[in-house]
Design a protein around this ligand. Structure first.
Ligand code: NAP
Length: 300
């Protein structure tokens, strides 16, 4: 029996692991993909205090190394649900018998939002992608588009502009939600074109993407691109935990700044929690708060 099972190995989960280990608790982190979480997709993080610039992958690696060096255990597992067994919780996984923990911290983050248009799913890996860090290099020398107006889209466009011939940045408004500094840096790039007041209406091509049809200011326009990176935000994936926690209208776990849920012994941290600001810094803050709350609950 583990003291604290942490579901999700991003900044929130790994910070919770560090705090819980330093409080002497046994810790198991269950992560379905790779330790580090969503930030490993971020080309450059420039707003984490004390580190002026670092790749998301390196920051994620450093967080994972620190947690593991302190004795946290980690398994790659997809969690299907949690059973409240009174004194302990049973965590059900896709394969195997699952894991028992005295407390659980949910730090499942959020997954990329999709456009929800025809052929999107079918063209994933054939021109449509959600991670420029992972797949951008496949489009070296080609023309690509990024859709979105937040920091993820701006950073993706910046990264792609280094290797692709032309980058169209498609956004549905006439101004961006992301940081002005990034917008200015993109404006200075000769191979980046902003396509504002525009939405992606259709994906063109056969087995491979060869263009996108956008509607800009009411007019149709075809952009001849081989790649489209969708960076229109994220959504939580908390449905499996609904029997034990309350979800808000958008599916985020309802918990206040103390990271408590309605089930004693179940805590929530990071982007999967209902809150205003989703940043690495706020995720690590949640991780600390949830871990200390879980430790207090175990020592009650
Ligand atoms: P975001 O800030 O929520 O931005 C999503 C963008 O996509 C918005 O511009 C939104 O448009 C647009 N959008 C949403 N749904 C759409 C749809 N169906 N069709 C077309 N456009 C749509 O998401 P994000 O960029 O992924 O960033 C998430 C959080 O992580 C933010 O707080 C961001 O600052 C943070 N972040 C931090 C770093 C870093 O620290 N280095 C890097 C990346 C992201 P509207 O503007 O019209 O709503």
């Amino acid at each position: 029996m583990t003291d604290i099972i942490i579901i999700g190995g991003g900044p929130a989960g790994l910070t919770a692991a560090v705090y819980a280990r330093r409080a002497g608790k046994s810790v198991l982190v269950l992560e379905k993909a790779a330790l580090g979480g969503q930030i490993t997709w971020s080309p450059k993080v420039e707003n984490y205090p004390s580190i002026p610039a670092i790749s998301g992958a390196e920051l994620g690696d450093r967080m994972a190394e620190q947690a593991l060096a302190l004795g946290a255990e980690a398994e790659i597992e997809e969690v299907l649900g949690i059973d409240d067994c009174g004194d302990y919780k049973h965590v059900r996984c896709e394969f195997g018998a699952g894991y028992d923990g005295r407390a659980v911290i949910l730090a499942t983050g959020a997954k990329p939002r999709t456009l929800g248009i025809a052929r999107e799913e079918e063209l994933v890996g054939a021109g449509v992608g959600y991670c420029a860090v992972c797949d951008g290099a496949f489009f070296a020398g080609q023309d690509v588009a990024v859709n979105g107006g937040g920091n993820s889209a701006l950073q993706d466009a910046m990264l792609l502009s280094e290797t692709s011939r032309k980058v169209y940045l498609i956004h549905r408004r006439d101004s961006f939600r992301g940081e002005e500094k990034l917008v200015e840096a993109l404006q200075a790039k000769e191979n980046v074109e902003f396509v504002l007041n525009a939405t992606v209406e259709a994906l063109l091509g056969g087995d491979e993407l060869c263009g996108v049809l956008v509607r800009q200011n009411g007019e149709e326009r075809v952009l001849d691109v081989q790649g489209l990176f969708v960076a229109i935000g994220h959504e939580p994936d908390n449905k499996a935990f609904a029997p034990l926690i309350d979800l808000d209208e958008r599916g985020y776990a309802a918990a206040d700044e103390r990271c408590l849920t309605r089930t004693p012994g179940v805590f929530v941290a990071g982007d999967c929690r209902s809150k205003d600001v989703r940043q690495i810094t706020t995720a690590v803050a949640d991780g600390a708060v949830a871990a200390l709350a879980a430790c207090r609950w175990l020592d009650r």
